[in-house]
Write a protein that binds this ligand. Structure first.
Ligand code: URP
Ligand code: ZN
Ligand code: ZN
Ligand code: ZN
Length: 519
């Protein structure tokens, strides 16, 4: 693997000594502008044993402390990617970034935590979790899990409860697409929404109408359109809008919060905007590919180039991206994921004669922070504080629980630079620039959907768990150093749901009495 030399010692000797990792557990970040989601100030940040101990101007320290000068730079919480697929078995193959290579790439791009989707094994949640726990043993940064629900019966219902109450999983994803594999029907979705509500877990949907997509694919094949462009043509924005609307209405019917993953189209965004305006609790997650790319690459005459853009829902025609950026800046959409799910060009070529066999997914875990900075902050669409909110803090708002004794379980443990938080920190130089290409990226894949892109703002230092893991364009990562972060149920979106249910019930009159003798 040509990339591995960028990690310390190419697969061996990752340990502290062999890698020459700083043994100092004390760090001082001097003179930067410390940015949180609601506040910023010029201050020093002092870290000891993985925890932020002080945030104050002009801190004095002893000689054994490693000092990093951040003058003129932004010191911000490490990014949190709420949507990744590392080592996922999908479409007859497995994503090529695993929990080590994907996380190493993330750290090089300023992301210090991610939340991955556990896929059940033959419908079993327990077996699925065990398999992901095994995959995640090589982690070099902190991570959490969502879980997909692909069938529903009493045992799945029971296991969902175990996941929430004992395993630290507080969100379940329902795929309304991928007919014949992951897709669920409305009956199953309703059962799932009810169980999520009773457990205080967040229901997530992949919103595309899978039956209609199946029909659209047949149409394309009949027309002789078998290339990557057929992927986009077979599943237009209309089908994303329909499924988003349906999921929102069913979540409204059950009265439980809903999180729509990878919002790729104006059609889906407008359904979310409408629901939020009416007071419904719906969260919309755009992904970087949808915010910055358009579908033109799918028409490239080179198959390897065109196929690398195949993901679901598809990257849309130019115009959707700009509108999604606007929705992110005005708060209709709340936090940015990547859906990092990479297959190399050999794997993509499984679909050389038939777009239906191209494994779906694009990269982004390493590029997200830079691209959101350049596209949203440099262009003046969001503030630096909002950058921290949409790339890091917002997820933690979603994990804060209502029981105040435990409210500090997660936030501000992560997503903030304040005394007591985990030392997951980045230093971003707004005057430096980045350039993206497959030669220098840290993912194992051999292509990059952002190939050749340059922009302003560069993550120069990443600190994960108090350890400097990215500095001077060099990664120093240790497999096994990442921790599993449990996420408690009943986030703020559940607040007041019981009252709303009670008031609805009391608004219903008792059954209308009618005499039987009306012939
Ligand atoms: O194309 C995609 N998005 N692949 C990953 C699976 C999913 O739907 O999130
Ligand atoms: Zn302050
Ligand atoms: Zn999806
Ligand atoms: Zn995904």
């Amino acid at each position: 693997n040509s990339q591995s030399n960028q990690f310390c010692e190419a697969g061996i000797g990752y340990g502290e000594v062999g890698c020459g990792l700083s043994s100092s557990t004390k760090l001082l970040i001097k003179g930067g502008t410390v940015v949180n989601a609601h506040h910023q100030e010029v201050a020093d940040v002092y870290v000891e044993d993985g925890i932020i101990v002080a945030v104050k101007p002009d801190l004095k320290v002893t000689d054994d402390v490693k000092v990093i000068d951040a003058t003129g730079k932004f010191v911000m919480p490490g990014g949190i990617d709420p949507h990744t697929h590392l080592a996922m078995e999908f479409m007859g193959t497995e994503t090529i970034d695993d929990f080590f290579s994907g996380q190493a790439a993330a750290l090089a791009g300023g992301t210090t935590m991610h939340i991955d989707f556990v896929i059940p094994v033959n419908g079993s949640l327990i077996a699925g979790l065990e398999s992901y726990e095994e995959k995640a043993k090589k982690s070099c940064m902190d991570y959490g899990f969502h879980m997909a629900i692909t069938k529903f019966d009493d045992s799945v219902s029971r296991d969902m409860e175990i996941m929430v109450k004992e395993k630290g999983i507080n969100s379940f994803k329902f795929f309304l697409a991928y007919k014949g594999s992951l897709m669920v029907n409305d009956e199953l979705l309703l059962e799932g929404l009810k169980q999520c509500k009773s457990l205080g877990a967040l229901a997530m949907v992949h919103a595309e109408n899978g039956d209609a997509v199946f029909e659209g694919q047949k149409r394309m094949i009949q027309l002789g359109i078998t290339g990557p462009e057929g992927h986009a043509l077979s599943r237009p924005p209309l089908l994303e809008g329909e499924a988003t609307a349906r999921a929102i209405r069913l979540a409204g019917f059950v009265n439980t919060p809903l999180y729509v993953v990878h919002v790729m189209s104006i059609d889906a965004m407008e359904e979310i905007a409408k629901a939020r305006k009416s007071g419904q609790r719906v969260v919309g997650e755009p992904v970087v590919s949808g915010l910055v790319l358009d579908d033109s690459g799918l028409w490239d005459s080179d198959f390897a180039t065109a196929s690398k853009f195949v993901m679901s829902p598809p990257i849309r025609a130019a115009g959707h991206n700009k509108v999604l950026q606007g929705a992110l800046s005005n708060g209709v959409l709340q936090l940015v994921g990547t859906d990092h799910c990479v297959f190399n060009s050999t794997q993509k070529a499984f679909g050389i004669d038939d777009f239906r066999k191209i494994p779906n997914g694009v990269n982004g875990i390493e590029e997200r922070m830079h691209l959101v900075w350049d596209t949203m902050v440099e262009s003046g669409q969001i503030s630096v504080n909002d950058f921290v909110r949409v790339t890091s803090t917002e997820w933690y708002a979603l994990t804060v629980i209502l029981c105040y004794a435990r409210i500090f379980n997660i936030y501000p443990r992560k997503g903030a630079i304040i005394t007591g938080s985990d030392a997951d920190i980045i230093i971003l130089n707004p005057n430096s620039s980045f350039e993206i290409n497959a030669q220098s990226h840290h993912s194992r894949t051999d292509t990059n959907v952002y190939e050749g892109r340059r922009g302003k703002g560069k993550v120069e230092v990443t600190i994960a768990g108090g350890r400097v893991v990215w500095e001077n364009n060099e990664l120093k990562v240790v497999p096994g150093s990442g921790k599993y972060i449990e996420m408690p149920p009943f986030n703020y979106l559940f607040s007041g749901i019981d009252k709303a249910d009670a008031s609805y019930l009391s608004s219903l009159n008792a059954p209308v009495k009618r005499s039987k003798s009306t012939t």
